[in-house]
Design a protein around this ligand. Structure first.
Ligand code: FE2
Ligand code: FE2
Length: 484
């Protein structure tokens, strides 16, 4: 059982203001949660507890402007200060830690202006969602309900998998990917139905993609090869978002710029929501009228995004990129320009990401995807493709000449799946791989035998070299099994 809680912990200890204020905040938070769990909202105990919580937060916000409560392992931090767990606060701290873990909350931001009403909504939601036993995506449900209830001074952020095992990191990457697909679906459906887009959710999904690319780049980039044939429009958008952010990172953009770039990339094809689905999914040749409709998607996208500006912040770049992403740097693409113009940097990045993903995905009218190495060579070598070469170079650096997921035949007659670029940037044509099929044609158990193609034998010759790229389906392989 827990100890009774007072709004103040007494100021005799020589502690910093933050440590004491932070502790008071957490104790009052726990007290309010507990009383709300036991009594109805109108009850005086609940009301007093909410008052205490609100004043504890106010006291801290007066000095700190913003409060960030962060969970790292078994520790609680308030802004940069770690709170010491003592006997009298042990129960409340561990309860809050457990609750945050159940919701996968990593950080709780409380901003200046936080109202008592918002605390009440937040705590009630925490309790009702956990009582209902909803286990899937509790955090997303919580975030959505907070948005609906117009709680604007409090934000919950997902825990980062830093320091976690690679399994957890991959799991986190998959979850972020799935959320990206879900928000894209939501945006496209919203535009089709003329419904307001929940941009906050889109922003959050993009921020997570950026965070994942910054912490866990290979897992995230690896996921782009797990393409779903039926969901092309949605997986394409999130893939372009991941590639663009990873390219932006290579080109030295800041985190804030990467957020903008990610949002921009995710929305680059939003104009396709205005093109009839039968045309987008058509399996045979498009006639002239249909092709014309497809070519409208850049300016339709720009108009759509312009319309969304009224609801909430859409970066200006998004409008520009939606309009420019098929123009090519020599302006031979579409829509046609009347006056000469220079494409923005974001447009150049998104175009490269877009072209690469589109060309390497098997689509309705494309029975076989072109092999990634061929696509890269073409983008690099053929000026008619109209790509910014600096960005293409960054793409080659990012994924290697043989991107993750490429299935290759080796001079040893083994078949391998590429699992990552060589850490040595001089050896981009000799990636890391996993042998999937041995020289006799026997399939090896997952995840295969890891190899580094730059490895040499005693005589100084490479142990294995790539002979050619092949279609994994020919060997019954699902490339995603080897690195996700
Ligand atoms: Fe497009
Ligand atoms: Fe696209």
């Amino acid at each position: 059982m827990s100890q009774p809680v007072q709004a103040s912990t007494g100021g005799s200890a020589p502690e910093g203001h933050l440590r004491q204020g932070g502790r008071t905040l957490l104790l009052t938070l726990y007290a309010a949660l507990r009383s709300l769990k036991l009594y109805p909202l109108e009850n005086a105990t609940v009301q007093n507890a909410l008052d205490d919580l609100n004043s504890a937060a106010k006291a801290l916000l007066d000095v700190e402007v913003d409060i960030e409560i962060r969970i790292a392992g078994d520790f609680l931090f308030v802004n940069a200060t770690r709170l010491r767990v003592e006997l009298d606060n042990y129960a409340s701290f561990s309860h809050i830690l457990a609750l945050c873990r159940a919701f996968e909350i990593g950080t709780l931001h409380v901003r200046s202006g936080m109202e008592r009403r918002e605390w009440q909504i937040f705590l009630s939601l925490l309790l009702s969602i956990s009582e209902k036993g909803e286990t899937d995506e509790r955090l997303v449900v919580l975030q959505e309900r907070l948005d609906e209830a117009k709680v604007t001074h409090l934000e919950v952020e997902r825990a980062q998998p830093d320091g976690a095992s690679s399994h957890e990191a991959r799991h986190a990457a998959k979850r972020v990917y799935a959320e990206g697909v879900a928000v894209t679906k939501d945006v496209i459906a919203g535009v089709r139905l003329g419904r307001a887009t929940r941009l906050k959710r889109v922003k959050r999904a993009v921020q997570q993609v950026v965070d994942q690319v910054l912490n866990n780049e290979m897992s995230m980039v690896g996921l782009t090869t797990v393409r779903d044939y039926d969901e092309y429009t949605f997986t394409h958008s999130i893939n372009v978002c991941i590639f663009s952010v990873a390219l932006g990172k290579k080109l030295g953009l800041s985190k804030v710029q990467l957020y903008d770039l990610g949002m921009t990339a995710l929305l680059h094809d939003v104009g396709k929501a205005r093109v009839p689905a039968e045309i987008l999914n058509k399996t045979n040749q498009l006639d002239e009228r249909e092709w014309m409709l497809i070519q409208q998607h850049p300016w339709q996208g720009a108009l759509t995004l312009f319309g969304m500006r009224a609801y909430e912040e859409i970066p200006y770049h998004s409008i520009l990129v939606a309009h420019e992403h098929h123009m090519k740097i020599d302006l031979t693409g579409y829509p046609k320009c009347i006056r000469p113009r220079t494409l923005g940097m974001f447009s150049r990045i998104v175009s490269v990401a877009d072209a690469f993903d589109a060309a390497t995905t098997r689509r309705v009218y494309q029975t076989v995807a072109i092999e990634p190495d061929q696509v890269l060579r073409e983008m690099w070598g053929n000026p008619k493709r109209g790509h910014e070469q600096v960005v293409v170079k960054a793409l080659i650096n990012l994924i290697g000449v043989y991107p993750v997921g490429t299935c290759v035949i080796l001079d040893t007659f083994e078949v391998a799946v590429v699992t990552g670029p060589n850490p040595d940037s001089q050896q981009l044509n000799r990636p890391l791989a996993s042998i999937a099929v041995d020289a006799d044609g026997g399939a090896l158990p997952l995840p295969g035998t890891p190899i580094n193609l730059a490895e040499k034998d005693e005589s100084g010759a490479y142990r294995r070299s790539i002979v050619k790229v092949t279609n994994p389906a020919r060997f019954g392989l699902t490339v995603g099994d080897y690195f996700v």
